[in-house]
Design a protein around this ligand. Structure first.
Ligand SMILES: [Zn+2]
Length: 254
C-alpha cells in the first residue's frame, strides 16, 4: 500500500516510469555531488509489477549521463530482463538481498562517497551532533565486517540482516547504504547521511585537546528525529533537488 503523501500510483506503467525518472535524477545528483568512484555505486528501484525485480544503472555508464531509458531491469536471479547492458555484480548481490528482506523498501542507494567511506573506516555509528544528523538517531546500523568485494548473495543477506528495519547501514571500510519507501527518500537519506558523516569528521578533527563534542540529548534527538527522520520528511526533502536537476538536465527524463 502506498504512503498517503505519495502521488497516487496510477497505472503500473505510469508508476514504473515515475520510479525510473526519479532514479535517473538520483544518479544525476550523485554525479553532481561527486559520489561516483569508477564503476562503484548503485541505486535501485523495485519494479511496481514484478516485485522481485529492480531497476538499476547499467555498468559503465557515467552517473551524469544516465537517462531513464538507460536503466536496466534485473530479475531475482540477477539476469537482465529489460535493457541491453551488464549489471554490476555487487549491485545485484547487495540490493537483491535488501529488496527481498524488506518488502517495504522501494529503493536502496549505495556509493563509495568520500565522507561516507571515511567515516565507515572508524567502525562507529553517527552521533546526534546536529539537527540533520538526528534523522539517523537510533535509525541506522553498522555492518561491522569487511570480507572483500561483495560478489555473492550470502554477503548481501548479511548486510540486509545488519540493516534490519532501519533506514541506513554503514558498511565498514566500504561506504553507506540507505533504503526508502520511495526512490526520493532513499536518495535523500544518502545525500544527507554523507553530509552528516562529513560534519562529524570535521567536528571531531577540530576538537582541541581535552575538549569533547556537545551531543544533542536523547530526548531532543528523538523529537528532531520525529520531524526530520520520517519517510515523509525524506521524500519531501528530495523534491527541491528533483525540481532543480530536472530543470538543469531535462534529458534525464528521456
Ligand atoms: Zn560498494
Amino acid at each position: 500500500m502506498a504512503d498517503s503523501y505519495l502521488p497516487s500510483l496510477g497505472s503500473v506503467e505510469e508508476e514504473r516510469l515515475r520510479r525510473k525518472q526519479r532514479l535517473a535524477a538520483g544518479f544525476r545528483l550523485f554525479g553532481k555531488f561527486g559520489f561516483e568512484e569508477g564503476l562503484a555505486g548503485h541505486i535501485t528501484a523495485r519494479d511496481p509489477e514484478h516485485l522481485d525485480h529492480f531497476w538499476v544503472n547499467p555498468l559503465g555508464l557515467p552517473f551524469t549521463h544516465i537517462r531513464q531509458s538507460d536503466l536496466i531491469r534485473v530479475d531475482a536471479n540477477g539476469q537482465v530482463v529489460e535493457g541491453d547492458a551488464v549489471v554490476n555484480t555487487a549491485a545485484f548481490a547487495i540490493h537483491s538481498a535488501v529488496h527481498a528482506a524488506r518488502p517495504d523498501v522501494i529503493a536502496a542507494a549505495h556509493s563509495h562517497s568520500i565522507y561516507g567511506k571515511s567515516w565507515s573506516a572508524l567502525g562507529r555509528l553517527l552521533d546526534p551532533l546536529t539537527q540533520d544528523a538526528c534523522a539517523f538517531f537510533e535509525d541506522h546500523a553498522l555492518f561491522d565486517d569487511y570480507t572483500g568485494v561483495v560478489i555473492d548473495t550470502e554477503e548481501g543477506k548479511r548486510i540486509a540482516h545488519a540493516l534490519a528495519d532501519k533506514k541506513a547501514v554503514i558498511l565498514r571500510n566500504h561506504g553507506l547504504l540507505t533504503a526508502g519507501h520511495s526512490v526520493d527518500e532513499a536518495v535523500w537519506w544518502f545525500i544527507t547521511m554523507e553530509r552528516s558523516c562529513q560534519v562529524q569528521l570535521v567536528a571531531e578533527a577540530a576538537l582541541r585537546s581535552g575538549e569533547t563534542l556537545k551531543l544533542i540529548s536523547p530526548k531532543a534527538a528523538a523529537q528532531a528525529y520525529a520531524i526530520t527522520g520520517s519517510a515523509f520528511a525524506g521524500w519531501f526533502q528530495f523534491q527541491p533537488l528533483y525540481a532543480r536537476i530536472v530543470k538543469e538536465e531535462p534529458d534525464l527524463l528521456e
